[in-house]
Ligand binder design. Structure first.
Ligand SMILES: Cc1ncc(COP(=O)(O)O)c(C=O)c1O
Length: 352
């Protein structure tokens, strides 16, 4: 019963096969090779655009280096109160941007809405050297509550962001799950809705370590080569990233993997929602389930070797509170999840 995180799985066989194939060749180093060019072209095909694409090894590096391209050290980044960049990346965004601060604009909301940005600016100080000056809005897709922003929600966010001279950054560690959950194209869920930079994570959904920073607004990528090298993310054997992305994107493999993960989360959520003592904190829309259950049930499941994490209480929806003997948990499914482990988890919960 592996619901700890989608990065606890390995890589898909197809991705491994591509890595093995790339291993047979001699290529130039540092991304100056045909594999890397093909992977960039493939990403542009999938997104139906002509973006600047760079590969790095971790989501933290992707987010931090992308954000560093959007803000100066004295500027700020608006984000969700549970954003990975705010609570789970140490101070990497500050480190790589030279100090730019992140400011959460939500408190109990599952998503960032345009109204949160308007509220922020209605109360913000003026644009003087004494004040903090936001220049970026960062959201996650799928997000920290396991929810998916629709193209219309993204458009509303990008419009208000651009009105206030903010660039829109998307942490897409689970972008594959978001696309698989939506009936829209990757383009509609990104640049067509006004996203300026997307960090497309492949690691959690079938790769070993592969993240692409995609600048739809190419001018923003001006110094990225230097930032990446300086951070130590310019791989000498650049084909390693490229081979993973080529395998992952081939023939919609990424969406097949993401769909599998999502289906298992939906099943978990549906079944958990039917148990008397359990309630869902948020609807499961991608591959994460946030559920509130008796602490004794959590313990029984953990004793039965179910892998998952108790989750931050701040991730609860408005008007939701944990009872004295209740715990919020997060369950994450992956491309390797199977219905047997879902059924076992539900049986144990049901009988506890
Ligand atoms: C929303 C989100 N963004 C980014 C990341 C990437 O982080 P890492 O630096 O561990 O690859 C994660 C991983 O947990 C995540 O959940």
């Amino acid at each position: 019963m592996q619901f700890g995180s989608d990065n606890q799985t390995g890589a898909s066989q197809k991705v491994l096969d591509y890595i093995a194939r790339s291993n047979d060749e001699h290529t130039h180093g540092y991304g100056d090779d045909q594999w890397t060019q093909d992977a960039r072209d493939k990403i542009n095909d999938v997104f139906e655009t002509d973006a600047s694409v760079y590969f790095v090894a971790t989501g933290t590096a992707a987010n931090s280096l992308a954000l560093a391209s959007l803000v100066k050290p004295w500027e700020t980044i608006l984000c969700h109160h549970q954003a990975h960049i705010f609570i789970d990346e140490s101070t990497a965004p500050e480190f790589f941007s030279g100090g730019a601060r992140q400011i959460p604009v939500t408190q109990k909301s599952g998503k960032v809405h345009a109204s949160h940005i308007e509220n922020y600016f209605s109360q913000a100080g003026s644009d003087t050297p004494h004040n903090v000056i936001p220049k970026a809005l960062s959201i996650a897709q799928a997000n920290e509550s396991g929810l998916v922003y629709s193209p219309n929600e993204l458009k509303a966010l990008s419009e208000v962001a651009h009105q206030h001279d903010l660039k829109l950054h998307v942490d897409g560690a689970r972008f594959a799950n978001a696309v698989a959950a939506s009936r829209v194209t990757p383009a509609e869920l990104s640049w067509k809705a006004g996203v300026d930079v997307l960090c497309l994570g492949a690691t959690k959904c079938g790769c070993l370590a592969a993240e692409a920073v995609i600048f739809f607004d190419q001018a923003l990528a001006k110094d990225f080569e230097h930032r990446r090298k300086r951070s130590g993310h310019l791989l000498s054997k650049g084909r390693l990233f490229a081979a993973q992305f080529l395998g992952w994107l081939d023939d919609d493999h990424w969406l097949e993997l993401a769909r599998h993960a999502n289906q298992h989360a939906l099943e978990l959520a549906q079944q958990l929602g039917q148990l008397d003592k359990v309630r869902l904190a948020w609807p499961a829309q991608a591959n994460e389930v946030l559920a509130i259950m008796p602490t004794a049930m959590v313990k029984t499941l953990q004793d039965a070797s179910a892998e998952f994490y108790p989750w931050y209480e701040q991730a609860l929806p408005p008007r939701e509170q944990l009872g004295q003997d209740e715990t919020l948990i997060r369950l994450v499914t992956s491309f390797k999840s199977n219905m047997d482990e879902v059924r076992r988890f539900i049986d144990i919960a049901n009988n506890s």
